[in-house]
Ligand binder design. Sequence first.
Ligand code: MN
Ligand code: MN
Length: 263
Amino acid sequence: MYHHLKKLMYTVRVGTPDPKFGNMLLEQFGGANGELAAAMQYSIQGLNCDDPGRKDLLMDIGTEELSHLEVVGTLARMHLKPMKKSRTAAEADPLVAIVGGGGVSLNNSEGNPWTADYLKISGQMEVDLRNNIAAEARAKITYENLINFTEDAGTIDALNFLMTREITHMKAFMLALDSMGIGPLTIGKLPPNPEWVNKYFNDSTGTGDDGETDQRGPWNEGGDWEYVQSPAIEAFKSQGNGSTRHVSESSATAEARKPVSRR
Ligand code: MN
Ligand code: MN
């Protein structure tokens, strides 16, 4: 059951309206990482969730995101409002000015309509929670980018609140995932195939124009990792083509001839 209170979750004040910035704000209204997407993703995941604790979490945060939608929509509307009368202002976003009459609609900053394709709903809680952690991270950085493009103190204040709440949500989703008590690589029920799961394929080789070479780190060495030369390079060499004139990238060929490092 939903109810609306005639009060914003956070007070919004705008000094000087900036229609071009209002257009940018639509990214958080009807965009891929925006508040409607967050509200719908968490609320619908909540409908699918059989675990009462995590269902409550999803409904709490999904509902808060609707309040964020109201805050960012109010803020965008204040910035877009000059479009109602000013031709110069209308040029900042003709779609909003001509079709929307200077009000907000569920489009992103490029005028693309909001779509349920933005939502990540898997029906598997450890997957959904990871989707949500990533969604909060994207929303956080989008707010940060917006804050960098305005000098209006009231606008920055409201955006800072919204940005901060995304970190709060990220924290709650991370703890909800941790408290499931499953390993970080346990996804679903079927185990991965042991023949393949620990092989790291060195599929990008050679030397780049800026001197880039193969790099090693915990993502491809130590622990259970088996560092395997690119299957494509191995197949190429086994065909006896390792030094033919067909290869124009001499460094890649030299790299292919080096002994393959294996643990
Ligand atoms: Mn939000
Ligand atoms: Mn959030």
